[in-house]
Design a protein around this ligand. Structure first.
Ligand code: ARG
Ligand code: ZN
Length: 869
């Protein structure tokens, strides 16, 4: 059943207050709900109109309206919900239901993770707890009573303020929570269990003292410092940059091991996937620390962008997600190196969103229809949505953007609104018209830009011609021209910047004239990735090498290196397909190596940046640019270029490896992390020379590492080798961390990533490992998901065994947790990019999935859209 944006109607009734009483039991939890309903004046409804409540997977025990039990013929209940006629314009509904948390393998609604109860309600999990109008435009205040055994559940949490804690009979106790802020039910949360607590506090700008608590499994108390510190920095940043202050006296975070996504912004009770909270130096890498910082901030920022102002309907998801991602990206940029952060964010956009936008699952930032909303928590809604906000920030400037934000929160606090309302606030606060810009919300597909420069030496005028075009996407054949800010720089041959400007591109083809340009300039195009587009124009290798060394925009220095490498690799893949000789296919790459050397040895540049600049475009990224893509050829050619670079720069890599060793105690700060990153890149290239001494070096680093970053860097190198050191290090890692559910996932995913040709066999064996289970999403993503998402070579092995294995796992998972199964299914939909043989094997697997008995709506939507021609 397809849900369409154009069909939106306001709810027939509103819910003003919700009182919930939970009697917790793993097998049979009783939920009593008391709702005060009122007819929606906007709809003119009243007595006799149908009240329709959503509900799934639970047992209705009793139903009363205005205190009287409804006779069986006065209501209708089925597997999707409950319906009855309103007695008047204002009435009270009381409902009792029974649910079974321990049997909830979908991890939506109320479920059990390890020993604790927890909830996940976004997008539509609340309807698995009780019958309700499960839609974000129904906002109510909640009072929640939790009854549970004191011994197994000493901690009882819900949203808002704790009103009372009482002892009950039979070893049970009770907590009552009250949330004064009206909220949609997707922000409801409940947690109960035997959890440890780490506590701190924050004083807000108006002087309110907020208690900050992080709840974790016992034994993990020493892994919360970084998350807590990130939270305090995020709270301060939101005050400084957005003028937004926290609004309650308590802010709770709970880390759980079983979680479908990254984290959830429930009002004052954020629930996190434990991997995005827990960190100490010997269990978490620098990248883990970065992710913790940004996700803790992201969920905190939702308190305003999402909770105080929420979405009218789920088509508007990017209203809160695009904005909040932009906010967390900017927070991280201010905490760390801005260019490195931008490079990471763009890489993520290119790796995740561009393929989505160019494939069968393409959809606008504000989708027009869906079958299962959980399938729309996508890179397009999140990452592209953030780029759209970023473009408004660029077009309006920081001050104009802030004016728009202030107006948005002033106008809409306490409301459920649309993406359009957000844009209108930006327009009204700045007196601009964004009619054309709005198309970014409705039009799918990544625009392609090409440019051409013409210099008139006599007049000293430079003319830049830019053309834009967006290819058709499924269901959207006609595309319009978009408005976008394109930052450019014109550079003199000696590296001086002659001119820099933000161009406002609005037409299909547009000329821009620049006067008083003293010499033929080198163009630095789309600086800082100001517009989220593909740029089809590739400058000459000379110009790219020049930009790598001289561009005053750090992002484009990196970008020039990527373009240069892609150009070499793509030409070589084409040549390899004929000759089968990767070295010969690459030819002479000395000039490229010289340009990389200049970056590697430039001590004026940030080490994190230099490390980034050494990394060649990934195999998946290259496959995107080739049609058909030959994964084996891509792998061989990329390895060959790595080896050539490694040999050419061996001395410099050895020096970088030596000079970046550190005797200081581990610190997760950006500078230290940059130093470790550069050293890791050096080690990885040294191993790529093919000389055994460097494998020994990696093994030595593994043995002596005193932090997880260095340990994983060494293990990553060993993981692709045929060397006894690999077995030794993997076995050591296993014995150290087998009982550490967060850390052992690194060990699973690393092996799933190995380029060795026995990887699939290894994965099958690892599925029998005692630490592995299909019931834990992190485990499935680490071992199974990684194989399809990060192992091009083996997933696409020509015999098709990778595809078959993968489809089997998706079907197995679909029976347990359809949401996670669907989220992992996209790789099989990439068949159009590959040769006929692979394409037909991938399609056959999709057909097999579509023929499965009891196929979920979630997986059906992805598989059916993926197979459509
Ligand atoms: N709102 C959460 C976040 O981005 C994501 C949770 C979505 N969960 C889901 N099952 N669709 O912070
Ligand atoms: Zn979010």
């Amino acid at each position: 059943q397809v849900i369409r944006r154009e069909d939106y109607t306001a709810p027939a009734f509103l819910i003003e207050t919700v009182e919930l009483v939970f009697d917790l039991d793993r097998e049979a939890t009783i939920v009593a709900s008391r709702l005060s309903l009122v007819a929606n004046p906007e709809r003119g409804t009243g007595a006799g109109d149908m009240v329709s409540l959503d509900g799934e997977d639970m047992k209705l025990l009793s139903l009363k309206v205005d205190g009287v039990a409804l006779p069986a013929d006065a209501y209708e209940v089925d597997t999707t919900g409950l319906r009855f006629k309103a007695p008047s314009e204002r009435f009270v509904v009381e409902i009792e239901t029974r649910i079974s948390p321990v049997n909830n393998t979908r991890l939506e609604g109320l479920y059990v993770s390890q020993s604790a109860y927890c909830t996940q309600c976004e997008a539509e999990g609340f309807r698995r707890i009780t019958y309700f109008m499960d839609r974000p435009d129904v906002m109510a205040t909640y009072r929640v009573t939790i009854n549970a055994p004191r011994e197994s559940c000493p901690v009882l949490l819900s949203n808002g303020n704790l009103v009372s804690s009482t002892d009950l009979e039979d070893g049970r106790h009770q907590a009552v929570w009250d949330d004064p802020f009206p909220k949609p039910c997707y922000l409801f949360a409940l947690v109960a269990g035997d959890l440890a607590c780490v506590e701190d506090s924050f004083k807000t700008m108006s002087g309110r003292d907020v208690a900050l608590r992080i709840f974790v499994e016992h034994g993990n108390e020493d892994r919360c410092d970084y998350a807590m510190d990130s939270l305090k920095r995020a709270m301060k940043w939101d005050e400084d940059v957005y003028g937004l202050e926290y609004d309650l006296d308590l802010f709770n975070i709970v880390a759980v091991s079983d979680f479908n996504m990254g984290a959830m912004e429930n009002k004052s009770l954020n629930v996190f996937n434990a991997k995005y909270i827990l960190a100490k130096s010997d269990t978490a890498t620098d990248t883990d620390y970065e992710l913790i910082e940004s996700i803790v901030a992201h969920e905190y920022f939702h308190n305003w962008s999402g909770n105080r102002v929420t979405c009218r309907d789920w088509f508007q998801l990017s209203l809160k997600e695009g904005l909040t991602v932009f906010r967390d990206q900017e927070f991280s940029s201010d905490q760390r190196s801005r260019p490195v952060q931008r490079i990471n964010d763009v890489q993520r956009l290119r790796a995740g969103q561009f393929p989505e936008d160019g494939g069968p699952l393409a959809h606008p930032v504000r989708p027009d229809s869906y079958i299962e909303i959980n399938n729309f928590y996508t890179a397009t809604v999140y990452q592209k949505g953030a780029e759209v906000i970023r473009m408004m920030h660029t077009l309006l400037g920081a001050e104009g953007y802030r004016k728009g934000i202030d107006l948005y929160f002033e106008r809409h606090d306490g409301q459920a609104v649309t993406c359009d309302d957000f844009v209108r606030a930006m327009e009204d606060a700045n007196g601009v018209n964004f009619d054309q810009f709005r198309l970014w919300y409705s039009q799918a597909g990544t625009p392609n830009l090409v440019w051409e420069g013409n210099y008139d030496a006599d007049k000293k005028v430079f003319c830049l011609t830019i053309e834009q075009k967006t290819e058709p996407t499924p269901g959207q054949t006609l595309k319009s021209d978009l408005q976008m800010p394109v930052k450019i720089g014109l550079l003199a041959r000696d590296g001086r910047e002659l001119h820099a400007q933000t161009i406002d591109l609005t037409q299909a083809k547009q000329d821009f004239l620049f006067e008083d340009i003293a010499e033929q300039p080198v163009v630095s195009f789309n600086r800082d990735f100001s517009a989220p587009v593909n740029v089809g124009t590739t400058p000459s290798h000379d110009d790219l090498a020049f930009l790598m060394g001289n561009d005053t925009d750090a992002f484009n220095r990196w970008e020039a290196g990527q373009k240069y490498a892609s150009d070499l690799l793509i030409a070589a893949v084409r040549a390899y397909d004929k000759s089968g000789d990767a070295d010969a296919a690459l030819g002479n790459v000395d000039a490229f190596c010289d340009a990389l050397r200049a970056t590697l040895t430039n001590d004026d540049l940030d080490k994190a940046f230099r490390a980034q600049a050494m990394i060649l475009p990934g195999e998946a990224m290259l496959a995107e640019q080739l049609r058909p893509a030959d994964p084996e050829a891509i792998y061989q050619v990329r390895q060959a270029l790595r080896q050539k670079v490694a040999i050419a720069l061996q001395d410099e890599f050895e020096a970088a490896y030596r000079h970046n060793a550190s005797n200081d105690a581990y610190s997760p700060d950006a500078t230290s992390a940059g130093q470790r990153a550069l050293r890791a890149v050096a080690l990885s290239y040294l191993a790529a020379t093919g000389e055994g001494v460097f494998i020994d070096l990696a093994l030595a680093q593994y043995r002596t590492a005193d932090n997880m970053t260095d340990r994983m860097a060494a293990l990553t190198v060993l993981n692709n080798q045929d060397h006894p050191g690999r077995e030794e290090a993997l076995a050591d890692f296993e014995s150290r961390f087998a009982n550490d559910t967060v850390v052992i996932d690194k060990w699973f995913s690393l092996q799933a990533m190995s380029s060795r040709t026995d990887t699939l066999e290894q994965i099958k064996k690892l599925m029998e490992h005692p630490a592995f289970t299909m019931r834990n999403p992190n485990k499935v993503r680490a071992l199974v998901g990684t194989f399809a998402m990060a192992n091009q070579r083996n997933f696409h092995a020509a015999d098709g065994r990778g595809y078959a294995f993968y489809a089997d796992r998706l079907m197995e998972l679909d029976n347990l947790n359809p949401q996670v199964a669907a989220r992992l299914a996209a790789p099989l939909g990439k068949w159009r990019k590959f040769d006929e043989d692979r394409a037909s094997k991938m399609k056959a697997e999709l057909k097999r999935i579509l023929a499965k008995e009891n196929l979920s709506r979630d997986l059906y939507e992805i598989a059916s859209k993926s197979i459509a021609d």
